[in-house]
Design a protein around this ligand. Structure first.
Ligand SMILES: [Cu+2]
Length: 590
């Protein structure tokens, strides 16, 4: 009955890199012990603060004001057949839908989410962009034990900050998010000053692989010995080797092939830039870069493996959103995939009112610009419905399939009849929206950093690639996780990070638990509204300076949200001194 389908579990290089890296990955809960301890040149987290005090991350819990309004939800992770673009996929869902239910709360609410795991694999839930307490961040082996099959777990945090966020599993994320374990979170402002939009829609963009013939490893030329990654019949999840926690079988196979070992991973420095972007190369942007100049190897290495693109539950561009002439519309766009998507609105000017849940000061109307949405990012846009005709949300992605499918029509359903989408607009040559000079002035009540101030801590984050013994890895400062030394900070410190992308790939870098302010791009100061992000899309050759205040103690991943890159080394931990990981990572292997 179910067509036999092949879905990619990991990219080949991800598996190889994990195996070669000594086994630990915050993406898979696994920390194998069968590679030499010497493989790790730096502890994942250090154990003591300067004053010698220690606190386990598990002790960093929510401290709600008494009488806080409680919003309770239950998310049940379960398998479900869903129909996408005429194809049936055995998905991993929250409450039977993809995306999972939209969690809408009011700023200041105490949010309690009971997660029940009815899948055959472990999961967690990470609250992307929300500054939750340290113990609630959902990173397996670092901030909690994974939620094993049959188990439940309660997440608890105060929704301190309004904005658009999302949630997703953080275990084997390429697979678990890829198969549907994600949903949106909207925190409405406590004291709404401006009137709310007449229509407020949250739209999650995602990519799917439903093909039988193409898979990531083939697409990427990593084919040898990878048949173990075939998930087999999707009609029976048990046949996918997903029953063993986190794809352990695969890991062990890889280790058994003696692809691990200490050698390959520890001295990547000489390999940085080997993907064709030497140090100091001018950024693509300063060369007058347009998306059409860039092939998929940069914009989305994985494009070949994805054949269905969705806006919420709809594939094929069939989404129809009700709005009447003259009404104001807010679209909360969430990129819940791994690829960059270039979204825009046609039919009316629009404003970018927030990015990554953080308001833009004095946004101005724009037209004919593509919003370059990195993986994990959110763009909130607002517009007024014109007197006549629908408004369209469309994609300017280079790929025809993405452009055809990543679209929605906003209008009067009755007036526009069946909701059949108008012709595919030709928008892919439009310039990219530039957040570094958009908006103006300041955001009331928000403290900002200045470029010339003194920072308590400064770190470099050089993004590169390298070759492990058995395949390509993505590196930070020349090393692949878990060998990337942590960025250690003290509570209250101001922190500046200089980021350089020395690879030929886009890296949407996501910091857990904080927003950071973007200070410069390619050495030039930001001139518009202050910009606070939790996910910064760093194009090949670009440099950025970002800053944040260390105001949320914990152990926080800072990683690429192209999850193929994350699972192949591009992660670092921002560690508050003295916060320890009680989950004993090296003992979790079996
Ligand atoms: Cu990346």
């Amino acid at each position: 009955m179910m067509k036999k389908q092949r879905i990619v579990l990991y990219s080949a290089m991800a598996v190889l890199a994990v195996a070669a890296g000594g086994g630990y990955t915050a993406w898979s809960m696994h920390k194998t012990t069968n590679t030499p301890q010497a493989a790790s040149t730096a502890p994942l987290v250090q154990t003591a603060s300067p004053d010698g005090k220690k606190v386990p991350v598990s002790a960093l819990v929510a401290n709600p004001p008494s009488g806080a309004h409680v919003q309770s939800f239950t998310l049940t992770a379960q398998e479900k057949s869903i129909s996408l673009g005429g194809k049936t996929i055995q998905a991993m869902t929250f409450n039977g839908t993809v995306p999972g239910p939209l969690l809408q709360v009011r700023q200041g609410d105490l949010v309690e989410v009971t997660v029940r795991n009815q899948l055959r694999v472990p999961i967690t839930v990470h609250w992307h962009g929300i500054p939750v307490p340290g113990s609630q961040d959902g990173v397996p082996g670092l901030t909690q034990e994974p939620i094993r099959p049959g188990e439940s777990h309660v997440y608890r945090f105060v929704a301190d900050r309004a904005g658009t966020y999302w949630y997703h599993s953080h275990v084997n994320s390429v697979q678990e998010i890829g198969l549907g374990l994600y949903g949106g979170v909207v925190v409405l402002p406590k004291n709404q000053i401006a009137p709310a939009a007449d229509r407020d829609y949250t739209l999650l963009l995602h990519e799917w692989s439903t093909t039988t013939s193409s898979s990531a490893d083939e697409t990427m030329g990593h084919t040898a010995g990878m048949s173990g990654m075939d998930m087999g019949s999707m009609g029976n999840m048990g046949g996918m080797d997903m029953g063993s926690p986190g794809g352990e079988t695969h890991m062990n196979e890889m280790n058994g092939m003696n692809m691990g070992g200490a050698g390959g991973m520890n001295s990547m420095s000489s390999m940085s830039g080997m993907a064709g972007m030497p140090m100091g190369a001018p950024s693509l942007r300063t060369q007058g870069f347009q998306v059409t100049d860039m092939d998929w190897s940069a914009l989305g290495e994985m494009a070949g493996m994805y054949d269905v693109y969705t806006v919420n539950q709809e594939a094929g561009g069939k989404t129809l959103l009700e709005a009447k002439p003259g009404e104001t519309v807010r679209l909360r766009l969430v990129n819940a995939g791994n690829m960059t998507h270039l979204m825009t609105v046609i039919g009316t000017p629009f404003k970018v009112v927030a990015i990554d849940g953080r308001d833009i000061a004095n946004p101005t109307p724009i037209e004919n610009q593509l919003l370059p949405m990195g993986a994990g990012q959110r763009y909130d846009i607002e517009f007024t419905m014109p007197k006549n005709g629908p408004v369209q949300l469309v994609s300017g992605d280079p790929e025809d399939r993405a452009r055809t499918q990543l679209r929605a029509t906003i209008g009067d359903a009755a007036a526009s009849g069946t909701g059949s989408a108008p012709d595919l607009p030709d928008v892919q040559h439009e310039p990219w929206f530039d957040f570094t000079r958009y908006g103006s002035g300041s955001i009331p009540g928000v403290q900002t950093f200045t470029l010339n101030q003194k920072f308590d801590k400064t770190f470099n984050m050089d993004l590169g690639v390298g070759m492990g013994q058995s395949g390509m890895v993505y590196t930070i400062n020349g090393k692949a996780f878990p060998n990337v030394p942590p960025f250690v900070v003290n509570t209250g410190e101001t922190v500046r990070i200089h980021i350089e992308n020395r690879s030929a790939y886009i890296h949407p870098m996501h910091l857990h638990g904080h927003s950071f302010q973007v200070l410069t791009r390619d050495g030039k100061p930001i001139t518009g509204s202050p910009i606070f992000l939790d996910t910064l899309q760093v194009l090949p050759g670009e440099t950025y300076d970002i800053a944040f205040r260390a105001d949320n103690p914990g152990l926080w991943m800072f990683h690429c949200h192209d999850l193929h890159h994350a699972s192949a080394g591009m992660d670092v931990v921002v560690q508050y001194a003295g916060v320890t990981d009680p989950y004993n990572p090296m003992d979790m292997s079996e």
